[in-house]
Design a protein. Structure first.
Length: 162
């Protein structure tokens, strides 16, 4: 159903559950991580791969802090307000993971800034290793949020709507 805001035909946006919105964004993150994993091993083959990795790194460096802040400001308080110990433990764990992932991202940014193409083999191997570690950690984090955080928030929201 398309509700109209005014008589000019503009559609009013329906509110989106923040958990659902974040789950969709996790799909984008996972796609980017897959691409990152595929090209990280090629970082020293051609300059275009180095440039593509820099582009992905810059996208993550820009978007992750905002994504994490949204989760911490919109979703975490919903769980914390209920006082359920398991939820408080989950939120504490996810906050710690957010900080760790942001630190990893900063380390990767610094590492990429320290080196230019063509890379020395040791630098290429280190960057590839750090990108792989980051990719694995972020993917696992997204899975945890998809399976535990968003499920918990949605069940609390569903219970509140009764």
């Amino acid at each position: 159903m398309n509700d109209q805001k005014d008589g000019k035909g503009e559609e009013e946006e329906m509110p989106v559950d923040p958990a659902l919105k974040a789950t969709r964004y996790h799909g984008v993150i996972k796609e980017r991580l897959y691409v990152l994993e595929q090209i990280a091993v090629k970082i020293n083959d051609e300059k275009k791969w180095f440039v593509e990795i820099r582009n992905l790194e810059q996208a993550f460096a820009k978007e992750l802090p905002e994504h994490f802040r949204n989760e911490e400001e919109l979703l975490f308080p919903i769980l914390e307000s209920r006082g359920i110990p398991e939820h408080k433990a989950l939120v504490a764990r996810l906050r710690t993971e957010h900080a760790g992932l942001l630190a990893q991202m900063e380390g990767i940014t610094q590492l990429l800034c320290e080196h230019m193409f063509p890379l020395q083999p040791e630098a290429a191997a280190r960057i590839n290793e750090e990108l792989h570690r980051f990719s694995q950690a972020l993917c696992q984090h997204a899975e945890t949020e998809d399976e535990q955080l968003f499920t918990a928030v949605q069940s609390l929201n569903a219970g509140a709507g009764r």
